[in-house]
Structure formats: structure tokens, C-alpha cells
Write a protein that binds this ligand. Structure first.
Ligand code: TXA
Ligand code: MG
Length: 311
């Protein structure tokens, strides 16, 4: 049966919390992308996330918490990790920390690791749901494994509608790309996944950010599969202009089938990325994408585009 898309009234939040407590799946909006949520302490519920997404293996999931207090029951935060949390939570930052002895998040959700990825989302609907349920929720992006992440309730309904209890409609996700993941266990912060929090902002709070390329031995964020976020269409990146048969995803002034940002605003481009890829993918076989500068949020955008372009 098709999951209903509900306006996030208090009644709908309560209904969602009830479904989650019963071990069922709910789609919740966050400021980055829509998440497929399940209670984090229930291995059966967590297993049904992997089934619903068709994930090839048990990647660890992010535990979404209502606040720092809830987060500190799950993970041990160093002084520097606490600084990052104080600066950017609630918001699009995920911190990997050591597992706390008081943790409730089940082994399967962590893929058996003794670390845990935690984030406190800023979206008011996610906040309301987490406060009502009073325990962490794991939530990967609410799309089939490898496909484009959803930034609207309708995307979730189209891709996953048969596999959930309900979809909370929080409108269009503001950030549009996933959270930035930082491994906060070491002497310096390590970037595991570029995302919608600009890495320069991390630097300003805890300097010395280690980039993936400088850090080849670091435990990879297992979600960083090369082919990911993939449309059906063939993508050609760094294209200054489209070929005859191609749609053009632009960045900057000039003609384009769709434009990530006519004013070359990277924040706007990030928020448009997945929804524009979806719209082009629905009607075109070939998509050329304009060059995107690799600074600030451009790093996350180029990361997603490179994965989406893998054959
Ligand atoms: O913005 C987001 O983070 C979205 C929204 C829904 O919150 N969620 C999301 O979840 O992107 P997901 O499951 O698609 O990505 C989780 C990432 C994966 O790359 C996974 O490998 C990494 O987090 N991860 C989880 N636990 C980890 C750990 N203990 N160590 C390193 N990486 C971890
Ligand atoms: Mg994902």
C-alpha cells in the first residue's frame, strides 16, 4: 500500500512516533535530504531499512538525536568534538565519535563498529519527531540504494512509497545535499564525506582538517561507494556547452535546460542539485553538466556529481 504524505501536524507527528515505536519505517524531512527513519535500538526495524533501500551490505547508519544530551548517551565526545557540536548543532554536521557505554543504538545500525555517527538535525519536523519519540532514530537518505537522494516528499513517495508507513511532508529540503561527516576521534578532524556544511567552517572551530586524499588509510565512510546518487541518464561533467543530444545542467549565466544557479551561488546550486538531476533524468538520456568550482559547497556538489557520473 502507498504510504500517505502527511502535513506535519502534531497528530501526524504522534502517528509517526507510534509507527516508529512499533518498529516500522517513516520518512522524515531534514534540512539536508529526506531520511528513511527507524528506531535505532531495534535491529529488526534497522534491518528493514536495508531491505527497503536494497543496500548491498550493512553500511553503518547515522543516529539522529534531538539534542546534545541525547547524543552524549550514545557517544563519547572529546573537547574538540564538543566544540563542533556547540558550533553546528542542530545542523548538517555528522560527527563520528567513540561509542559510549550507555549507548542504545544497536550493533546492526553501526555495522558492528565501536564508533558511531551522530547528528542533530535542524529541520523543525525532524526535531519535533525526535523530541516526541525521545530516542535516537537512524535515517539514511530515503532513496533506493545508489539512486538520487530525495529532497521533496513526492520524491520519497515515487521511490519508496510502498515500503513505508507514512511520509511526513516538510517541504523542499533547504540544503539539498547530505550532511558533512567528520571523524572527530583523532587529534585533528578528518573529513569523511563532504556535505552541506562548508569544510572551511569546520576549520574555523577546529583547525587542521584532514582531507580524504591526504588520509588514504583512514576508515572510509562506507557509504562512499563510487557509483552513487546515480540517474539513469549518462552524465558528462565539466561541460562548457551541451552536445546536440544532451540536456544541459548549467551553473552561471547563459542558456541551460535547467540552471543550478544563474548567479553562481553554490548554496543555491547544492539545494537544487538532486531535484534538477531528477527532473532532467525523467526526460533525457544524456545530461551535460557545467563546471562547478571546487571550493566551499562546490566540493560536496562535485563529489556527488562524480559518483553520479560513474558507469
Ligand atoms: O544528511 C544526511 O546525513 C542524511 C539525512 C537523512 O540525515 N543521511 C544520510 O545517511 O546521508 P546515509 O546513510 O545515506 O549516509 C551515512 C554515512 C555513510 O557514508 C556511512 O558510511 C557513514 O555515514 N557512517 C555511519 N557510521 C559511520 C562510522 N561509524 N564511521 C564512519 N562512517 C560512518
Ligand atoms: Mg544516501
Amino acid at each position: 500500500m502507498m504510504a500517505p504524505i502527511l502535513n506535519p501536524t502534531p497528530e501526524a507527528i504522534t502517528r509517526a512516533a507510534k509507527a516508529l515505536r512499533a518498529g516500522r519505517l517513516v520518512a522524515m524531512p531534514t534540512e539536508t535530504v529526506y531520511g528513511l527513519a527507524a528506531r535505532a535500538d531495534d535491529p529488526v526495524a534497522v534491518a528493514s531499512i536495508y531491505t527497503a533501500k536494497g543496500r548491498p551490505k550493512f553500511n553503518p547508519l547515522i543516529a539522529h538525536c534531538a539534542n546534545l544530551e541525547m547524543a552524549q548517551r550514545e557517544g563519547d565526545f572529546s573537547a574538540n568534538a564538543l566544540k563542533l557540536a556547540a558550533a553546528f548543532w542542530p545542523g548538517p554536521l555528522t560527527l563520528v565519535v567513540n561509542l559510549a557505554s550507555s549507548h542504545t543504538v544497536c550493533d546492526l545500525a553501526r555495522a558492528g563498529l565501536d564508533s558511531i555517527a551522530i547528528r542533530v538535525p535542524a529541520h523543525p519536523v525532524a526535531q519535533a519527531l525526535l523530541s516526541e519519540i525521545g530516542q535516537p532514530l537512524v535515517a539514511p537518505s530515503a532513496n533506493p540504494s545508489g539512486k538520487i537522494s530525495p529532497t521533496e516528499a513526492a520524491h520519497v513517495a515515487a521511490d519508496m512509497g510502498e515500503k513505508l508507513d507514512l511520509i511526513l511532508d516538510g517541504g523542499v529540503c533547504q540544503a539539498g545535499v547530505e550532511s558533512t561527516i567528520i571523524d572527530a576521534r583523532g587529534k585533528a578532524p578528518a573529513l569523511l564525506r563532504p556535505g552541506s556544511l562548508d569544510p572551511d567552517q569546520i576549520e574555523s572551530v577546529w583547525p587542521g582538517l584532514i582531507r580524504p586524499a591526504q588520509n588514504p588509510d583512514a576508515p572510509q565512510s562506507p557509504g562512499q561507494l563510487l557509483r552513487h546518487y546515480a540517474p539513469n541518464a549518462r552524465l558528462r561533467l565539466n561541460a562548457d556547452a551541451p552536445h546536440d543530444s544532451e540536456a544541459y545542467l548549467g551553473f552561471g549565466p547563459g542558456p541551460a535546460t535547467l540552471n543550478l544557479s544563474a548567479t553562481q551561488d553554490l548554496t543555491e546550486a547544492a539545494s537544487n542539485l538532486f531535484s534538477m538531476l531528477r527532473r532532467l533524468d525523467a526526460v533525457h538520456d544524456k545530461i551535460a553538466v557545467a563546471p562547478i568550482p571546487n571550493h566551499g559547497l562546490g566540493e560536496a556538489i562535485n563529489d556527488r556529481l562524480t559518483r553520479a557520473a560513474q558507469q
